[in-house]
Design a protein around this ligand. Structure first.
Ligand code: DMJ
Length: 591
């Protein structure tokens, strides 16, 4: 989403295993009433009464995997991962995967309210009850993800330790912010996968070597979603206050970005000097960037009791809510930091520069306990806008896709980035929004899968163009030479995870499994790490690019692991909401 990506395409943990994280310190927002009456399409669907599902307190976190009896099976088998994967390869048969445990569950709103202080008494009492649940054994596909993660981590550890990104071919590293981006992005993935040794080693680096007092320019959005988001979620999962302290530090250092005439933040901040500025060539910021930092800053306020973080990002959302220049809820891609107005009007996409605006409308609404009606209104309008202006069907397979609109002209172009949308639509439907959103999600995830399946390597390019008319010998998907790279992006796997959680349809797991195998086939570097590639159309030479993006560990492999799991409590979607970099943050419970 960033220009960069677009262009190149404690010592011992306090009480490990039982430590809860983050009792809420601020009440969930109370601003809106729950009256959806005057906007009928916003009314929530009545959800069916679910079967009884045990819920612990809202702040019950995932226990340290290596201390969690429910996850014992996982940990004892991790070290055998490679062998099993090997055996699986040899057999070329798939053993049965664990049974589905049911999905569409009404969120339980009966947990304790947030208080203004973190109190001992708020520690959960039902840890034992959680323990009594049947353990869900880890399965072979999850083991294959663990093996892939460990292979990627080995490369990072050997050649790029403490640096931002691994260059696996040249066995070196790339520095972007100089903040150990891959290590921070991967922390909660290691926790979820149960990689104790790796997690502890990385924690030591955070404790001893991660310093934010550096004269360095960072991108506000990227450092918020990857660093602040990664530290906050790791704090929540582990309960280790080190991560909260680091999150506060970076959060404070990012605040100068909001000192603009319009309060729409600048794209770049010098975290050592406390100065901020727009990119050199413009005073515009990207709409997705300024509207996709809210989950993280709001959570930071809730945890610290300091309102300034939330105030700054809420102001941005309120302002964007009132702006003209939208087209049936669809937003332009740029916004000016001086005037606060949209610029480059008339171009609408769900891809780069706008994508996570839509994602965060829904996710903030969920995070805040489904009360902030303006967010819901904007989300629902936008999805109507997508249906009206951007949806088309391809030929010959009649795949539903999301194109782009430029000054009234439809373009059948779809970024891989758009593949976050089926997952987001499904999450909305799970939370009571229109049932037709789920139908659309089902159609779109099929399209995203075809963006992989119709390509020679079985890996999606960065951008596809769909054929609108059947032509002999042509598939639905066309790829231009400039668009045929693959950066190990997560969006399709992310959506497959949501689709499997909410439907239990195993085809989504099978599709994800195919994708993992193709990543292994075409992007794995024998000496450690995975690499982005230049040409998904050439299986004999996919042209490795020599770079492993941090989101491959932060997002792609995490979503794979969760997709292959049948444990709905492994990041329960009624308790957590993922930020746009796959870092789970808690859903605020009602006051
Ligand atoms: C990640 O940094 C985030 O998912 C962002 O929202 C979009 N781009 C990359 C992954 O593709």
């Amino acid at each position: 989403l960033t220009n960069k990506l677009l262009d190149d395409q404690r010592t011992e943990q306090e009480t490990p295993g039982l430590k809860l994280a983050n009792p809420a310190v601020l009440p969930a927002p109370q601003k809106a009433d729950a009256n959806h009456g005057d906007y009928p399409e916003l009314s929530l669907q009545k959800q069916p009464k679910p079967p009884h599902v045990h819920r612990g307190p809202s702040n019950l976190q995932i226990k340290a995997p290596w201390r969690d009896t429910r996850l014992k099976t996982r940990h004892s088998t991790i070290r055998a991962a490679e062998e099993l994967v090997q055996a699986d390869k040899e057999e070329k048969t798939e053993k049965s995967i664990i049974s589905w445990r049911g999905a569409v569950i009404e969120p339980d709103q009966s947990t304790e309210p947030p208080s203004s202080k973190i109190r001992e008494s708020e520690k959960p009492s039902s840890v034992e009850a959680e323990d009594q649940k049947e353990p869900v054994p880890i399965n072979e596909r999850q083991l294959a993800v663990i093996e892939a993660f460990r292979h990627a981590w080995r490369g990072y550890k050997d050649f790029a330790w403490g640096h931002d990104e691994l260059k696996p071919l040249s066995k070196s590293y790339n520095e972007w912010f100089g903040l150990g981006l891959t290590l921070i992005d991967a922390l909660d993935t290691m926790w979820i996968l149960g990689l104790k040794e790796e997690f502890e080693e990385a924690r030591k680096w955070v404790a001893n070597d991660l310093v934010f007092d550096k004269n360095v320019d960072v991108n506000l959005f990227e450092s918020t979603i990857r660093i602040l988001g990664g530290l906050l979620s790791t704090y929540h999962l582990s309960g280790d206050s080190l991560f909260l302290e680091k999150a506060k530090d970076i959060g404070n250092r990012l605040m100068p970005a909001f000192k603009t005439p319009s309060k729409i933040p600048y794209s770049d901040v010098n975290i050592g000097r406390g100065t901020a500025h727009p990119p050199r060539w413009t005073s515009d910021s990207t709409v997705a960037e300024v509207t996709s930092i809210q989950l993280e800053f709001r959570e930071l306020s809730r945890l610290t009791g300091d309102e300034k973080f939330q105030k700054a990002v809420d102001e941005v959302m309120k302002h964007v809510h009132t702006l003209s220049g939208k087209n049936d809820g669809l937003v332009p891609m740029f916004i000016n930091t001086n005037s606060g107005q949209f610029t480059h009007l008339g171009v609408y996409t769900l891809g780069a520069r706008a994508d996570s605006y839509y994602e965060y409308l829904l996710k903030q609404w969920i995070q805040g306990g489904k009360k902030e009606n303006e967010l819901l209104e904007d989300y629902m309008r936008a999805i109507e806008g997508v249906k009206k202006h951007l949806l088309q069907r391809s030929a010959p397979k009649k795949l539903t896709f999301v194109g782009e609109l430029a000054h009234g002209h439809f373009s059948a172009k779809m970024d891989h980035l758009v593949c976050f949308l089926p997952g987001t639509l499904a999450l909305g439907a799970h939370n009571g929004l229109a049932a037709d959103h789920m139908k659309l999600a089902e159609a779109l995830i099929e399209t995203c899968y075809q963006m992989y399946a119709q390509v020679e390597t079985g890996l999606s390019p960065e951008i596809v163009h769909f054929n609108l008319h059947a032509q002999k010998g042509h598939k639905d998907v066309e790829i231009k030479p400039a668009d045929r790279h693959n950066l190990l992006r997560p969006e399709t796997v992310e959506s497959l995870f949501y689709m499997y959680r909410f439907t239990g349809d195993k085809k989504y797991q099978d599709w994800g499994w195919e994708i993992l195998q193709n990543f292994n086939k075409y992007t794995r570097v024998p000496t450690g790490g995975y690499t982005s590639i230049n040409n998904v159309q050439n299986p004999s030479n996919p042209e490795p690019r020599d770079k492993m993006e941090s989101f491959f560990l932060g997002e792609t492999l995490k979503y794979m692991f969760l997709l292959f799991s049948d444990d709905i409590d492994l990041i329960n979607l009624d308790k957590y909401v993922f930020n746009t970099e796959a870092h789970p943050l808690p859903i605020w419970m009602p006051a």
